[in-house]
Design a protein around this ligand. Structure first.
Ligand SMILES: *Cc1c(COP(=O)(O)O)cnc(C)c1O
Length: 456
């Protein structure tokens, strides 16, 4: 009776007993909350990956966060490497962000009229980013991408867009499309509810493949409005691209009158204040931001040259609006967070810290001949159970290797380390992670890897 009840709400993701050397953390309260949540929300969650479908056990319900640490409903404490999926580059509950938000909130939450705070955040960004001249604030990454696509179509008066397999751009219809059969084809919808006619406007090709790009531009001459790419693809593992490929992409877009969109919702303000554009010194035509830009509150943004942005209403004919766009409380969080990022040496310190951490883990794994690679850039890292030197396209990931991640995830939770609940997700280091945190984490990772690679 109890067993079947447990099965019912943990799904089929239980490991057999005896594969862990530590007792599993107590999840009674989280499990209770999850059972309740399932009566309210599909799958018990408001965003699918949170449901812990691909790792052991029920999702943890988080009660609070402070710095690099989070606490769940059962009182378990973790060092967190998910960081709310990227926004929290300063860590949880940062004092400067919190104080600024509280002070702005004293004056009301939303007006639907312009406020000086929008100017302030825009100025912070534009003064320190040579790749865009004007921008528009929206309320999520998805919304930023959706608007950027419409802008590109309105600007070029073309309909088709090209995306890469292994890049995630939020859940806008025309981008919920995956590669069909054949190298250069229209995509197939990757979600029910997306009309086939939408997918017919989206071409999907593999990353890191110049030939496929050339073929696509030949097949659809003068029809492609935009190519959209995560210049640092970090939503399906970390599929680092060679700079040469991104340069080639820049050139072929320009030759074809196609706009290049860098979706920097995850890489923006993460690998440096100017994101991937600054890192690779490549100027796309439109950039989208999200995550870090809002300091943990819902903010997205898209930006381009003044000329391209002139096509957005009310200046131009491309319509885009939002009741809560530029919300003062959200702007306040963004202002406080980005101000910290502009501190001298901020990124150097954060990136060095990440490099030391990932190198130590790689050394450990290499010394033991584990099929295990740590890929990293800036303060993003990804563990891949592989012996490949590089993983640059979605096809290079072995789905069977995810079993090992599942084990690792459980071992790490039992040792007080919280990673996003899927082996396809990257980890983030924040400014709040201390030397002690990172030492503890390394030790936990070493112990866990030993278990994962032992012959059990
Ligand atoms: C997270 C993400 C999105 C979607 O942003 P939401 O705020 O979740 O809508 C889009 N593109 C990239 C590259 C992302 O990482």
């Amino acid at each position: 009776m109890f067993d079947s009840f447990k099965k019912k709400f943990t799904g089929d993701n239980d490991e057999p007993a005896g594969t862990t050397t530590k007792p599993d953390i107590s999840r009674e309260k989280s499990a209770e909350l999850f059972a309740k949540a399932k009566t309210y929300f599909p799958g018990g969650v408001n965003s699918p990956v949170r449901a812990f479908k691909s790792v052991h056990g029920t999702p943890l319900f988080i009660e609070k966060g402070d710095g690099s640490h989070i606490w769940d409903a059962d009182g378990n404490e973790f060092i967190d490497y998910c960081g709310s999926w990227g926004p929290l580059i300063l860590g949880h509950n940062n004092g400067k962000v919190r104080e600024k938000v509280i002070s702005v909130m004293q004056n009301g939450m939303s007006f639907g009229a312009p406020t000086a705070l929008e100017n302030e955040l825009a100025e912070l960004i534009l003064k320190n980013n040579k790749y865009i001249q004007k921008l528009r604030f929206v309320s999520s990454g998805t919304e930023a991408v959706m608007s950027a696509i419409r802008l590109a179509r309105g600007y070029t008066k073309r309909d088709k867009i090209l995306k890469f397999e292994g890049c995630y751009h939020g859940h806008t219809d025309s981008l919920l499309v995956k590669a069909g059969s054949g190298l250069v084809t229209f995509g197939e919808t990757s979600s029910a509810g997306v009309p086939k006619s939408f997918a017919d406007e989206t071409i999907v090709i593999p990353l890191n493949d110049e030939q496929a790009l050339e073929q696509a531009f030949a097949n659809f001459k003068d029809q492609i409005a935009a190519v959209i790419i995560e210049p640092i693809p970090a939503n399906n593992g970390l599929l680092l691209q060679e700079k040469e490929f991104l340069k080639f992409l820049r050139i072929i877009c320009a030759q074809n009158g196609t706009l290049l969109i860098f979706d920097e919702v995850i890489s923006g303000f993460r690998v440096g204040f100017e994101g991937a554009a600054g890192h690779y010194q490549i100027k796309p035509d439109i950039i989208t931001y999200g995550k870090i830009i809002g300091g943990g509150l819902p903010v997205g943004c898209y930006g381009a040259s003044a000329e391209i942005m002139g096509h957005i209403s009310p200046d131009g004919g491309v319509y885009q609006a939002g009741t809560l766009s530029g919300n003062p409380v959200a702007m306040a969080a963004g202002i406080a967070q980005l101000t910290e990022l502009l501190r001298m040496g901020f990124y150097r310190e954060l990136n060095n810290k990440t490099q030391e951490f990932t190198e130590a883990i790689q050394r450990f794994a290499t010394a033991r001949n584990y099929k295990f690679k740590v890929f990293t850039i800036g303060s993003i890292f990804w563990f891949a159970f592989t012996d490949k030197e590089a993983i640059r396209s979605a096809d290079d990931i072995d789905p069977a290797s995810m079993d090992k991640f599942k084990k690792l995830h459980r071992e790490l939770l039992n040792r007080g380390i919280y990673f996003g609940p899927s082996g396809y997700e990257v980890g983030f280091i924040s400014a709040a992670h201390t030397k002690i945190d990172l030492e503890k984490t390394k030790r936990a990772i070493f112990d866990s890897l030993e278990l994962v690679f032992s012959n059990k």
